[in-house]
Write a protein that binds this ligand. Sequence first.
Ligand SMILES: O=C(O)c1cc(=O)[nH]c(=O)n1[C@@H]1O[C@H](COP(=O)(O)O)[C@@H](O)[C@H]1O
Length: 258
Amino acid sequence: MEFVEEVVGRPPLVLGVDPRPRLHGPEPLTHIRRYSLELMEALAPRLGAVKFQTAFFEALGPQGFALMHELIVAARVLSLPVIIDAKRGDIGSTAEAYAEAYLQTYPGSALTVNPYLGSDALEPFFRAARQSGGAVFVLVKTSNPGSGLFQDLPLASGGTLYQAVADYLAQQAEQQRVGDWSRVAAVVGATYPEQIGEIRSRLPHSLLLLPGLGAQGGEALRGAGLLNSASRALFYPGGQPSVEEAVRQAERYLAVLG
Ligand SMILES: O=C(O)c1cc(=O)[nH]c(=O)n1[C@@H]1O[C@H](COP(=O)(O)O)[C@@H](O)[C@H]1O
């Protein structure tokens, strides 16, 4: 089954796995591994997907990077859809290698992508998603306080830069439909609820990943194709690893999300 089909049949909550070694005792890699596996298993029925932030695994060195790949496979064994949050973006020939590294290696999974280099840099990801049954989440309006510096810039042709990105994606999304939804998806910060509604009207067939829930001040938002994503607030509820507390936190979010 394709990523998009799997995700839309599941709860609209995404667990972000962004491990901080200082919270995992004297043998952090061993503990991160055990905790992540236990947490994914406990939360599985309550999740739409698991999102692995590559930066935190890269920062753990070669063994940390290997651990991320092990956890991606484990998530798939638990039948959990996977989003690899690597925010890739480079010239076309390099984008092809990134697409191979993540989308082709993990069929049916999704990758976050930065649109700044333009259409020839995005197309290899879209092609790979079609071939692998995966999806591409393109940054449209990011959650951080400084996102407006470039993304909100007004264009001489009207609208803002992020709106132009959304409009370009709408054309691509139309060509990549899998039923009601598309393999071309978008990222919009949960910290910008007004823009979420506006981008939804420009991208009616794209799943919208909404990171920033909890730790960055974003709130759970209900709506078709909206994937509410929390990393710290679910992986470290109360600031510490705790499977029991994470289950309670997920239940609280799902009570709002319906
Ligand atoms: O693509 C993302 O997931 C992303 C986009 C965005 O606009 N803002 C954002 O915070 N993220 C990611 O979402 C996660 C947020 O982490 P928490 O603030 O701990 O929930 C991190 O992995 C970020 O890299």
